[in-house]
Design a protein around this ligand. Sequence first.
Ligand code: ADP
Length: 322
Amino acid sequence: MERIAVLTSGGDSPGMNAAIRAAVRTGIDRGLSVFGVYRGFDGLIDGCLELLSSAGVSNIIQRGGTILHSARSPRFFDPAPREQAARTLADKGIEGLLVVGGDGSFRGANCLHQEHGVQVVGVPATIDNDIWGSDYTIGYDTAVNTALSAIDKIKDTAAAHDRLFLVEVMGRDAGFIALEVGVGSGAEEILIPETRTDLEALSGLIEGRREKGRTSSLVVVAEGDEEGNAYQIATKLEALSGLESHVTVLGHVQRGGAPTSADRVLATKLGWAAVEALIDGAAPCMVGEEDHEVTRHPLADSWTRKKSLDPLLVSLANPGRL
Ligand code: ADP
């Protein structure tokens, strides 16, 4: 293998740049030419790629977003554009492709492998942390810390005005971010899709706090909670018990910002590991870090297996326990 390429795909996450940097420099160190594909699978279909140099990826380790840009590519769900994407690689003599993204991107990569024999390695990068095969995904730690610092500020104003705040955090259909920031911020209640949300019990808990003179409360809501988003839950709470609440949706602020040290280091390890996996002929696979060891798993495990929340954290998050 002499030529490889790297792309970032799906939702962006802080630390993607650190992964690109590590992959480019590892590849060059191992005697490979490393191409960067712009705008994910869309760029691969359209032939938007260029050779990257070591200097070209300097000074990006600390930057959020992705210098290669990311995209969701509806075209890539169809075989004909995927064939075009494979041709882009073949025309340049590129045999290996690193896909930095979430499990959707890995599904796309798997199609390229099955239909056209492209050697693909997935690098798990999503703020949601919902990929089996790596204890943490690139960007999760930064998103959690961004959400936490926002919630600390919201708690100040909630306390000053005796308010109930519902703060919605991202996470798609998983509660990793909500659980961690809920515990870390000392929230009164954490509503996540993995556990049953009981709004009557929640109303009772908040009323009980008020009777004891604790007039401000914070509830962290995962965007994928089965009772709905934070606005829908606020409406239901008011209808149920007359409780008025203020809603803050943190939204895309959680995707941005400089990656934390943990994310830079994880991305550096996994960018390196992905190139080594290609060289070893281990593709198709995804790389991850589990119990401080770099690991390789079949790509399909990332969407067929489900990562569990930390059961201790779930139990500590029960109402009234802390
Ligand atoms: P993420 O990688 O963050 O999970 P998405 O689920 O949006 O993000 O997937 C990113 C892109 O991967 C999609 O826009 C599409 O181009 C490609 N993709 C996702 N699922 C498939 C699939 N089943 N077959 C082919 N391509 C897919």
